[in-house]
Ligand binder design. Structure first.
Ligand SMILES: [Mg+2]
Length: 150
């Protein structure tokens, strides 16, 4: 059986900053301290460099799921994230999107996540902490996982 791999969205698959840059100035000002609450913002975001190719490679080798949190006060983010996954990840991600504030409740072998929030810090498998000195980008993550049994 393949090992189970979870991959976070924001700042791992999704370039959050690219969505902010596409906002109207009025929206940026109105939501200054709560940019993840802007309606529709999650649909505007580009993928992180090498994320799509890496996802497709990993989805062929691991039992792979997208594991993300959508803001409680931004209902459109929940549907935007589904749209983003369908648009950018396609068939390999079909029905493999999990939105939760309790990532630790998902049992598995690996979690690629840039943060400890929303349960990521309590994940019972191995947390590959993205955007750190050890794993600054997808290339470094792929080198690490290529050396693993799957
Ligand atoms: Mg994240």
């Amino acid at each position: 059986m393949s090992k189970i791999l979870y991959i976070d969205m924001d700042s791992v698959l999704v370039n959050f900053q690219s969505g902010i840059e596409r906002l109207e100035l009025e929206e940026r000002i109105a939501y200054k301290d709560d940019l993840d609450d802007v309606p529709g913002i999650f649909a505007l975001m580009d993928p992180v460099e090498d994320a799509i190719e890496s996802y497709h490679n990993l989805a062929g080798r691991f039992d792979t799921y997208v594991l993300s949190t959508a803001p409680w006060n931004n209902p459109s983010a929940w549907s935007d994230k589904l749209h983003w996954v369908k648009k950018h990840l396609g068939a390999p991600a079909h029905k493999r999107l999990i939105l939760t504030h309790h990532k630790n409740l998902n049992i598995g072998d690996y979690l690629i996540d840039d943060r400890l929030a929303n349960g990521a810090g309590f994940f019972t498998g191995e947390h590959i902490r993205f955007a750190t000195e050890q794993y600054p980008d997808w290339k470094s993550v792929m080198i690490y996982l290529n050396g693993k049994e799957h």
